[in-house]
Design a protein. Structure first.
Length: 134
């Protein structure tokens, strides 16, 4: 079965059914602490991932999230590994606008996001550990 078919089937299931199936298969699917930052729809899709790290000596002319947005297809979900950091944002309004324009189904950040009202106004589902600054 093609990935798109699996995603469509997954979208039709409720969270409890997916959790129960994972339990039966011995898959730990629990993610603690990442929640929707506002009331939004459930999301399911192919994951496009990127990882942020503490700035060292390297330099970049763009945010690493832009590469994820560029790589995403409509319906994909962008997942940002920011190692649970909540002292700085790993995602913001410019990236949300670009993602929504690209047709991304939602964004999940293992860390914090900023410009949450922008994402909400765009109708972009946004899940994270925190919103900064408050």
């Amino acid at each position: 079965m093609a990935t798109d078919e699996w995603v469509e089937r997954l979208r039709k299931l409720d969270t409890c059914a997916v959790s129960d199936a994972q339990d039966k298969l011995g898959i730990n699917g629990t993610v603690v602490g990442i929640l929707p930052l506002y009331e939004t729809e459930r999301i399911a899709g192919r994951a496009v991932t990127f990882k942020l790290k503490t700035k060292g000596n390297e330099t970049s002319t763009h945010h690493l999230g832009t590469s994820a947005v560029e790589a995403a297809d409509p319906g994909d979900i962008i997942v940002c590994d920011h190692r649970g950091r909540v002292d700085v944002a790993g995602w913001g309004g410019i990236l949300s606008t670009a993602a929504k324009t690209k047709g991304v189904a939602g964004v999940i950040i293992d860390g914090a996001s900023r410009d949450v009202d922008e994402a909400k106004g765009l109708g972009l589902p946004l899940f994270a550990r925190a919103a900064v600054p408050l």
